[in-house]
Design a binder for this molecule. Structure first.
Ligand code: NAI
Length: 350
C-alpha cells in the first residue's frame, strides 16, 4: 500500500505520542522514520515503531530526558542524551555541531547515552543542507561476527557522510559496516523473502539465505569491514566513556533500561579549507562525472552514493511511500505494542 509521506509521519507521531513521547519529540522521531521510508530505507522506518513503543512503555526510553549540551573545547562538545529518544538527541546534537563548525571550521560532538537513532543519513544531511560536510558514526548492539571470529562482538556500527553540491543537491553515503544492517533482515522477515548468502551466518557460522536462521551478521569486505566497525566503536563508544564491544546493550534485552549508546558527529566547513562555492561546484562535477561514466556490462549507469535514495525520495513525494500491510494495520490500530520484543534473543525468529 502507498501512502503520502505526511500521512505516514502523522501516523508514526500519533503512535509514539500515545506510547508516551512528548509531542515535539514524537514529531522529530516520526520525521526521521518517515525520511527513511521515503528514501527506501524501510529497515529504519515505520517498521521500528512498535519496538520503540514497547521500550517507551517499559521505561527504556526516557520520555522526559534532561538534554544538555556541554561545550568541552573550541570545536568539541558532548551532548548528553539522558537515554531519551536517540533520533531527537542526535538531531539536536547535530544542530550544535553545525553552529560550532560555522565558527571554527570543524566540530566534533559526541552524543552520549542515547537510544537507537535510526538512519544516520538524516543527521549528516542536516549539515549538508547548511553547506557543510557531515559525518556521523554510532554504536549498535553486538550482532556482527568479527573477521575470523565465531560470535558477535561489534554492532552493525554505521558510518554516514554527506557533502553539499550546488543547486541544493548532495552526496549521501550511509552504510552499516556489516554487509547489511540488521533492519534489512527484519525487512526480509516481514516480507517473507530470502536473503543473499553473503549477508549473515546461522548458528553454525555457515552462510544462510533464511532471514529467520540468522545468528550473526558478516562484516563488509572481511577484515576491512571488521576494522571499520572497530573504528566506529572506538569513536562513538570508548572515546565517550561508554560501554564498548560486546558490552554494548542489546536492542531487545531489558526494555526497562536505557541503552547508553554513543554517536559521534563530525562537521567540516569547506570554507576553512577551500572556496565554499568551488567546493560545491566540484561536488556537482564529481556527481556528473560518475553519472556520465560508461557503465560496466550488466549496469544501466553508475549511480553516486545516495542517488538511488534521492530518486526514491522524489518518487515517493509524487506517488507516496510503500508500506507493508502489517505495519500500516499496526499504525492505524489502537494497539500501542504487543509485548513482542522484551528479553528476546535478537536473532530469534518469533
Ligand atoms: P545500503 O547497503 O542500502 O546502502 C549503503 C550505501 O551504499 C548507501 O549510501 C547507498 O547510497 C550506497 N549504494 C547502494 N547501492 C548503490 C549503488 N548501486 N551504487 C552506488 N551506491 C550505492 O545500506 P545499509 O548498509 O543496509 O544501511 C541502511 C541504513 O541503516 C543506514 O541508513 C544506516 O545509517 C542505518 N543503520 C543504523 C544503525 C543504528 O544503530 N542507528 C545501525 C546500522 C545501520
Amino acid at each position: 500500500m502507498k501512502i503520502p509521506k505526511e500521512t505516514l509521519k502523522n501516523l508514526i507521531k500519533t503512535k509514539l505520542h500515545k506510547a508516551g513521547l512528548k509531542e515535539g519529540h514524537a514529531d522529530i522521531v516520526a520525521d526521521v522514520l518517515a525520511f527513511a521510508d521515503a528514501r527506501g530505507i524501510h529497515s529504519h522506518g515505520a517498521i521500528r515503531v512498535e519496538y520503540y513503543s514497547e521500550r517507551i512503555a517499559k521505561g527504556g526510553i526516557n520520555t522526559n530526558p534532561n538534554f544538555t549540551f556541554e561545550k568541552t573545547g573550541p570545536s568539541a562538545g558532548v551532548y548528553h542524551g539522558d537515554n531519551g529518544p536517540g533520533h531527537v538527541a542526535a538531531k539536536l546534537a547535530m544542530d550544535e555541531a553545525i553552529a560550532i563548525a560555522k565558527e571554527t571550521g570543524v566540530a566534533f560532538v559526541g552524543v552520549k547515552r542515547i537510544s537507537h537513532s535510526g538512519a544516520l543519513s538524516y543527521f549528516v544531511q542536516q549539515a549538508a543542507k547548511e553547506g557543510l560536510i557531515g559525518i556521523s558514526v554510532c554504536q549498535a548492539d553486538p550482532m556482527a561476527v568479527p573477521f575470523g571470529g565465531s560470535e558477535p562482538y561489534y554492532g552493525t556500527n554505521p558510518i554516514a557522510f554527506a557533502a553539499p553540491s550546488k543547486d541544493n543537491e548532495m552526496i549521501t553515503f550511509d552504510m552499516a559496516t556489516t554487509v547489511k544492517a540488521w533492519g534489512k533482515i527484519l525487512d526480509a522477515r516481514s516480507k517473507n523473502e530470502s536473503i543473499p548468502d553473503n549477508w549473515a551466518v546461522d548458528q553454525q557460522g555457515e552462510p544462510t539465505t533464511d532471514p529467520f536462521q540468522v545468528n550473526g551478521l558478516l562484516p563488509i569486505a572481511g577484515a576491512k569491514g571488521f576494522g571499520l566497525a572497530m573504528m566506529v566503536d572506538i569513536l562513538s563508544g570508548i572515546l565517550l566513556g561508554l560501554p564498548f564491544g560486546n558490552r554494548v546493550s542489546t536492542l531487545y534485552g531489558d526494555l526497562s533500561q536505557g541503552r547508553n549508546l554513543g554517536q559521534l558527529h563530525i562537521v567540516i566547513h569547506p570554507g576553512f579549507f577551500t572556496n565554499s562555492e568551488i567546493f560545491k561546484q566540484n561536488i556537482s562535477q564529481t556527481m556528473a562525472d560518475l553519472s556520465g561514466m560508461k557503465p560496466a556490462p550488466g549496469f544501466d549507469h553508475v549511480t553516486y552514493p545516495g542517488q538511488g535514495s534521492a530518486s526514491r525520495e522524489k518518487e515517493s513525494e509524487q506517488n507516496g511511500i510503500e508500506i507493508v500491510d502489517e505495519i500500516y494495520n499496526y499504525l492505524t490500530s489502537n494497539v500501542i505494542h504487543s509485548d513482542n520484543y522484551g528479553n528476546k534473543d535478537p536473532f530469534a525468529s518469533k
